[in-house]
Design a protein around this ligand. Structure first.
Ligand SMILES: C[S@@+](CC[C@H](N)C(=O)[O-])C[C@H]1O[C@@H](n2cnc3c(N)ncnc32)[C@H](O)[C@@H]1O
Length: 374
């Protein structure tokens, strides 16, 4: 039996949204209550999509839907999403008007029989296991890893294409063995034609953030013809600046650093106003290339990797706001950032996410192949 796809859960009522948010423990009930009307009007105002849907996709490890936004821009229709983190589910809910049902939250628990047919499998799978910062544990056998869940779904559903995204460190993790296992599995066991490339957001997304990620694109050999000639998108000229990503409105006072112990050190070292600095527990690092350093999932906690700026007008030092982090990841202005949610969760969500414009141009390149006349 096929489980409900999100289609049936669309356009849920405000009462249901409230219940889901409470169930997810996404914020304090009275804060959620206060924000419900704003959420409703946000969802009502969301322009109805009139782009013709050209292909279907599933969004695994969906986070807050960064991959989904990129694929929808390229004409994709999302037919199923999976995400385990309750707070990310809440942000997803207030933006896509969809509650990912309990049975679809943990990918390891979803039987491949329950997954709807789709053209493209999209997965920004967690990087912790491979990250250069993490424990350097490799794998020769994919069982017991989240990649294995991607493998079993590809093997059973055989979609025409996939896009996988991960940290650049995946390439040389365990002396390249981890990456080789992944590519061998995709090519030899699953019979896909595989292309991969490291792209930096500042070179491909027209956003001033340096963020290098490996993108692995595959097409089923049963579908892919030699004349299809897939190629990665061309670089895009960077014509936005740090200034363009900063909020012009009044900034939440809690983001200012005056009250902190390290303030005098920051005062001495953070001299530029057109730079995003990063606080690294004991010292501050300046990014000299006039772009924002890579935003990370831990930037909201523990005082590590915290992105800081010195304001041009007031010359005060403060942390980037969650909205500014969203801007540095290329999220659209109408992406709703819930106020009821703790800021530390929002920083994690945007740090964990993808740069939407990079996904959009990748999705367009994939769509071109899917719609090639043979
Ligand atoms: C790198 S993030 C992906 C972010 C996403 N692509 C986006 O654009 O926001 C990886 C996500 O995988 C989720 N995840 C981890 N284990 C999972 C599991 N067993 N089932 C479903 N999702 C899982 C994490 O909660 C996290 O949100």
């Amino acid at each position: 039996m096929q489980l409900n796809t999100q289609k049936e859960n669309r356009y849920i009522s405000l009462k249901q949204i409230n219940q889901h948010l409470l169930h997810l423990r996404a914020g304090r009930p009275k804060d959620i209550e206060k924000e419900l009307e704003v959420i409703q009007s946000h969802l009502n105002n969301k322009s109805l999509k009139n782009t013709k849907e050209k292909f279907t996709f599933i969004d695994l490890f969906a986070g807050i839907g960064g991959m989904r936004l990129g694929f929808e821009c390229a004409g994709g229709k999302c037919v199923m999403s999976s995400e385990i983190d309750k707070k990310a589910l809440a942000t997803y809910l207030v933006n896509f008007d969809e509650y990912i049902p309990e049975q679809h939250q943990d990918i390891t628990k979803i039987s491949e029989l329950e997954i709807p047919n789709h053209d493209v499998l999209v997965a920004g799978f967690p990087c912790q296991a491979f990250s250069v910062a993490g424990e350097r544990k490799g794998f020769q056998d994919t069982r017991g890893t989240l990649f294995f869940d991607i493998q079993r779904i590809l093997s059973f559903k055989k979609p025409k294409a996939f896009l996988l995204e991960n940290v650049k460190g995946l390439l040389n993790h365990d002396h390249g063995k981890t990456y080789k296992t992944i590519i061998d599995t995709l090519e030899k066991k699953l019979n896909y034609k595989v292309f991969s490339k490291v792209l930096n957001t500042m070179e491909y997304g027209n956003i001033p953030q340096t963020r290098e990620r490996i993108y692995i694109v595959g097409f089923s050999n049963d579908f892919y013809k030699p004349n299809m000639n897939f190629s990665f998108p061309n670089p895009v000229k960077l014509n936005t600046s740090i200034e363009d990503c900063l909020e012009k409105n009044q900034i939440d006072q809690s983001l200012y650093y005056k009250k902190y112990r390290m303030h005098s050190k920051l005062e001495e070292e953070m001299l530029q106003t057109n730079t995003v600095y990063q606080w690294r527990r004991k010292y501050v690092r300046e990014n000299k290339s006039n772009v924002c350093p890579t935003l990370t999932a831990n930037m909201g906690t523990g005082g590590h990797n915290v992105p800081l700026i010195r304001e041009k007008t007031t010359r005060q030092i403060r942390k980037l706001s969650p909205r500014e982090c969203a801007n540095f990841q290329g999220f659209p202005k109408n992406f709703y950032i819930p106020k009821f949610m703790a800021k530390s969760c929002l920083y994690k969500q945007f740090g964990n996410s993808v740069s939407v414009p990079v996904i959009k141009i990748l999705a367009q390149s994939i769509e071109k192949i899917l719609t090639t006349k043979t």
